[in-house]
Design a protein around this ligand. Structure first.
Ligand SMILES: C[S@@+](CC[C@H](N)C(=O)[O-])C[C@H]1O[C@@H](n2cnc3c(N)ncnc32)[C@H](O)[C@@H]1O
Length: 495
């Protein structure tokens, strides 16, 4: 670690904003792109908002040009992602703990650091504009602190120099700071990569893999589209000039420019927005071998209905019916919206708890896309890594096991269950499968790789793990399980 840059004493805190002062609160119109970015950080911190849900409303109110709206989004999302590293940088530039700073001042400082070290904004502009923002948001005295702290950050150099100073090594702690993830998440990702190397054929460098994964989490992903089977052909999707083919899913298209909602096929419900990893999960369930009838499919945790749309489309082509179960009424409504263009006879949406929603032995194929930490989709949710805690695993684990148990009861002998998470955490994947399979002698795990279209680097099976840094998808986990059919002799067991 280098010594703290010499400078005047900078105490956290400062004069509070004048109550009711319009200078202190500012207006979104007057504050422009930086103000909109600040407003997002504030609503994420103060109102627990989801960044991608809150940002469109903030941008609309700010009435920014497209260019400024793009800048505000990059500024806000980048700052949220890189918060961990920026706080380590700020800790070197503020006397005392940054935890003692007014949270509004801390957010303004983070925005300033992002401009200085990541966006390459010239220091005079980054510091000057951020000080103006600070004055508008919190008043004059704190803006002087912001000015002095950001000058120190600017003097400290660019991102690589700062990274060398605050996180010079390769310990879990250093990697957590350098790549801006909570330490517990870095540990969990490392354990998952070490246990299931994406390419077991080559000597595995877990640290290199881990850095590539952490780095990929910080790269914003373009929206991926899915042509809902039976409603819109993938060829039609690829004819749109702004769409290029996906990497793995035959239903996918990547949106290179613009917003999905501006496409008529998306607003019209024929095409969805869905990561390719999720598309592959739905395709694998539809493709898995079963014996006997193939008429009843179940999506046991269906909201908001992305995978349900693929399943209903594929089932409809085979004359099968899909029951989508979701306990939360507002999310069940999202499922209905997602399915609205399919023939109503092809599906039902049931508002119920998946643990006791349907009769035993009533389905041929069941998907459990379990509620999870979402650690595989951090690139799509800039604030999520800071909101999740290890305690979430203690709540989710029993629910994940119960939903899988329920699915294995609902499926009939000879039918198949897919268990999926958008997390590679071993506690949400391997451990759930091992615990539940240990309770049953009529269930076998089958090779999920065989149910997928051609995808590289799928490991040794039988479960499939997609990695953001390898597959450029969300980090999905998929296990396929079959209830043994006592009348069949051709079953291959992985235990
Ligand atoms: C990972 S999301 C599913 C995503 C969905 N399959 C898709 O592709 O759009 C998990 C869902 O499970 C729902 N859920 C939570 N508890 C549940 C329960 N006890 N039974 C069924 N679903 C539940 C959540 O509300 C959430 O909508």
């Amino acid at each position: 670690m280098s010594a703290k840059p010499p400078a005047k004493s900078l105490k956290p805190g400062g004069a509070p904003a004048r109550r009711g002062s319009s200078r202190a609160t500012g207006t979104r119109e007057a504050r422009g792109a930086r103000g909109a970015a600040y407003d997002l950080l504030h609503s994420v911190a103060a109102d627990n908002a989801y960044a991608n849900l809150a940002m469109p409303g903030i941008l609309e109110k700010a009435r920014l040009s497209d260019r400024d709206a793009a800048f505000a989004t990059e500024l806000a999302y980048g700052t949220l992602r890189w918060r961990g590293l920026y706080d380590a940088i700020l800790a070197q530039c503020v006397d005392g703990s940054i935890d003692r700073l007014d949270p509004r001042v801390l957010d303004v400082l983070r925005l300033g650091v992002h401009q200085l070290v990541s966006l390459g904004t010239p220091p005079h502009a980054a510091v000057g504009e951020t000080v103006t923002l600070a004055r508008q948001v919190v008043g004059d005295a704190p803006s002087r602190l912001v000015n002095a702290v950001l000058r120190r950050v600017a003097e400290g150099g660019d991102l690589p120099r700062w990274r060398d100073r605050v996180a010079p090594g390769y310990t879990t702690g250093d990697l957590a700071v350098a790549w801006s993830h909570p330490r517990w998440i870095v540990s969990a990702l490392k354990e998952a990569l070490a246990t299931h190397p994406p390419d077991p054929a080559i000597a595995n460098d877990v640290t290199a893999d881990l850095i590539a994964l952490l780095s990929a989490d910080n790269d914003p992903a373009r929206p991926t589209l899915v042509a809902k089977p039976g409603l819109f052909s993938p060829d039609e999707l690829l004819q749109l000039p702004q769409v290029r083919p996906g990497r793995w899913s035959p239903l996918a298209g990547e949106l290179m420019t613009g917003k999905p909602a501006d496409l008529e096929c998306v607003s019209g419900g024929l095409v969805g927005v869905q990561d390719e990893g999720s598309q592959l999960v739905a395709l694998a369930l539809a493709n898995a071998p079963i014996e006997g009838p193939d008429r009843q499919w179940v999506d046991l945790a269906a909201g908001p209905g992305g995978k349900a749309a693929v399943l209903v489309g594929l089932a409809g082509l085979l004359g099968a019916h899909v029951t989508a179960v979701e306990p939360h009424a507002h999310r069940a409504q999202l499922v209905r919206d997602s399915l609205r263009r399919f023939p109503p006879a092809d599906y039902s949406v049931v508002v119920a708890d998946g643990r006791d929603a349907l009769p035993p032995g009533s389905a041929d194929r069941v998907l459990v896309d379990a509620p999870c930490t979402g650690l595989g989709a951090l690139r799509r949710r800039p604030e999520a890594r800071w909101r999740r805690t290890p305690d979430d695993l203690a709540t989710l684990g029993p629910l994940q096991r119960d939903l899988l148990r329920s699915a294995l009861t609902i499926v009939r002998p000879g039918g198949v269950v897919a268990y999926a998470t958008c997390s590679p955490h071993l506690a949400e994947t391997d451990h759930v499968i091992a615990d539940v399979l240990a309770e049953r002698d009529d269930v076998m795990q089958i090779d999920a790789r065989a149910a997928l279209p051609e995808v590289s680097h799928l490991g040794n099976g039988p479960a499939v793990r997609l990695w953001t840094h390898v597959h450029q998808t969300d980090g999905m986990f998929l296990a396929l399980m079959k209830r043994r059919d006592p009348t069949s002799r051709s079953e291959h067991i992985h235990r």
